[in-house]
Design a protein around this ligand. Structure first.
Ligand code: M6R
Length: 590
């Protein structure tokens, strides 16, 4: 995904845009660019690299402008492929994918246009220039009518004082304060916009000094209600921590507390009362990456609690699988951002097949919530680090509460109590887990494998994902019982295996897998919940980390040492854990 921002009716547009791009940089950091309006002229600066590569653009000034930070999809990161794209008095930034760009490009080339970039986005500015005959609205309407795919656009034209913002399947938030603003998310508007509104799919905003006017893709006038920028939309910077990742790990107890509090609101209670009245024959959980791991972890306890089959699958696989009717199915789509294309599309598919769709998300105004029948709140607060940490724990908390609420009042009260205890356990684990030696071992290992059984298996998958994405140390997560069926061939003295043990009933079994690793000369570390320690394991494993035991929310507690190990390994190896190479915070393309 990419980040887009725009402003109008301001004194130093370039300063506002530059700061906004720094806030949006988690959405992509392959290239950055800014166009500003100075008098009747549009001035553009764009470069490959991070936002800091266009630091000089801060001095451009201007009364209106647009900006972009890119996660490359079509065309490698380069100056030419950086946005904004300019032509015929227009300048455009785009987040999304123009699926029919090849056909449009061919048509435009046949008409004599020359393209400068390899991007899909450049066709938008060519279409605008083609259709502009002195009427900006008409040019925008004719252009969007030709586009297929997903697009959030901000547009400048030399004859228009302000900017135009267009939303289709990718987010655009508009804001007003001392000027008019638009951005891909709310944190980028904090400090500049006092009041905000979320554009709906198929809406266009025209912003100038006098304020906003809105219309739909047919040109009919539309209206939007602005409300104060919510406090949780403010990221608050790194607050004295060296990186967002460690700041956000430290915010896990607050994420759990706020998520539990959100379940107490009247709206949430009503939604669950409605859900309890329905008789589901199965529950399907879907998500990508970390969100999928939270779903998988929740499926174990969920099935036990509600007594019907609960399955979890990655959204990218689920959406393309053929299936029959999903009547009687609760389909819970789990996504921090609520923007991940595969997850949103999986939810749409499930809804079309008759499922009741729940959005388990940290972003209440996201695309996912607009598809869903009900919203299951995660309240982790703005998560800026590309690696998900506090949102994972928030998702585990929300899914645990969701299943216990479905199981009935007694279970819900029990889960609330257990979550309150887990919050304290997390705070303890964050300050007491000594991970430095394990992180050093990870940093020098040829590969790191994570193993676990039962609900510790998704924890192992998540530990492995976290480590590789921020440190680039290769590795994998396996069910502990699978090790001997093949993966054990990978074990040698250069590898480290991290075992997660939080269930006393399965502890001895995972301990056997650790024994097998040690017997082959592999190094081993164990993350073990209190009271689950198999005899003699502490002596055999090279590293042993004890965490408090939460019977209902084990994945929340074991996540803390695993996230800390990943963070410290990244720092030891000199990586930037907040912005790992090749990644973006969420993936709005297939
Ligand atoms: O916003 P989402 O939760 O839908 O994002 C899903 C994944 O892209 C995300 O969890 C990704 O795996 C993170 N980089 C993990 O740290």
């Amino acid at each position: 995904m990419c980040g887009i921002i725009a402003c109008a009716g301001v004194r130093r547009a370039s300063e506002i845009l530059y700061k906004g791009l720094c806030d949006l940089e988690y959405r992509g950091y392959d290239s950055a660019g800014i166009s500003v309006k100075r008098g009747g002229e549009i001035v553009t600066v764009k470069r490959a690299g991070r936002v800091s590569a266009i630091e000089c653009a801060r001095r451009l000034g201007g009364s209106a402008g647009i900006g972009h930070t890119r996660w490359a999809t079509h065309g490698r990161p380069s100056d030419e492929n950086a946005h904004p794209h300019c032509r015929g008095g227009f300048s455009v930034v785009h987040n999304g994918i123009i699926e029919n760009y090849a056909v449009l490009k061919e048509e435009l080339i046949a008409e004599g246009d020359e393209f400068i970039s390899q991007t899909d986005s450049e066709v938008v500015v060519h279409l605008l220039a083609k259709y502009y005959r002195g009427d900006l609205k008409e040019a925008v309407l004719r252009t969007v009518a030709r586009l297929k795919g997903a697009f959030a656009l901000c547009i400048l034209h030399e004859d228009f004082e302000g900017f135009v913002a267009v939303k289709y399947r990718n987010p655009v938030i508009v804001g007003c304060g001392n000027g008019c603003f638009a951005a891909s998310d709310m944190p980028a508007l904090s400090g500049i916009a006092a009041r905000v509104a979320v554009l709906k799919d198929g809406q266009i905003a025209f912003a100038c000094e006098g304020g906003f006017t809105f219309c739909d893709f047919e040109g009919n006038a539309a209206s939007l209600t602005f409300s104060p920028l919510p406090p949780q939309a403010r990221s608050g910077g790194t607050a004295g921590f060296p990186h967002y990742m460690i700041k956000e790990i430290n915010e896990i107890p607050a994420a759990i507390r706020q998520t539990a509090a959100a379940f107490e609101t009247e709206g949430c209670a009503r939604a669950f009362a409605k859900l309890r009245r329905k008789k589901f024959s199965q529950v399907m959980l879907c998500g990508c990456g970390t969100a999928y791991h939270a779903a998988l972890a929740a499926a174990y306890a969920g099935e036990e609690l509600i007594g019907v089959p609960v399955r979890a699958e990655t959204a990218g696989e689920y959406r393309y699988r053929r299936r029959g009717s999903l009547a009687g199915t609760l389909f819970a789509a789990v996504s921090q951002s609520g923007e991940t294309a595969d997850t949103v599309e999986a939810a749409r598919t499930a809804k079309a097949a008759g499922a009741l769709v729940a959005a388990v998300t940290n972003v209440p105004y996201s695309a996912l919530t607009s598809v869903a029948d009900i919203v299951v709140p995660v309240r982790a607060g703005a998560e800026i680090c590309v690696a998900a940490t506090k949102s994972y724990c928030g998702q585990c908390a929300a899914l645990g509460l969701m299943f216990s609420a479905l199981a009935g009042g007694r279970h819900y009260r029990q889960a609330k109590r257990a979550l309150g205890e887990a919050e304290g356990m997390c705070a303890g684990a964050i300050s007491h887990c000594a991970v430095e030696d394990v992180a050093r071992a990870c940093a020098s290992a040829s590969a790191v494998y994570f193993i676990g059984r039962g609900a510790d298996y998704p924890a192992a998958l998540e530990g492995s994902l976290k480590l590789k994405e921020v440190s680039y140390v290769p590795g994998e997560g396996f069910p502990a019982g699978e090790l001997k069926h093949g993966p054990i061939a990978l074990i040698d003295g250069g590898t480290l295996t991290v075992a997660v043990i939080t269930d006393p009933a399965l502890a001895e079994k995972t301990a056997s897998a650790v024994e097998q690793v040690c017997a082959r000369g592999g190094r081993a570390a164990v993350v073990c919940a209190e009271g689950c320690e198999p005899e003699g394991l502490r002596e055999r494993a090279e590293f042993f980390i004890t965490v408090p035991r939460s019977a209902l929310f084990p994945a929340i507690i074991s996540a803390i040492p695993l996230q800390l190990i990943a963070y410290r390994t990244a720092v030891i190896l000199g990586r930037d854990p907040d912005k790992p190479r090749n990644l973006a915070k969420s993936v709005t393309v297939e």
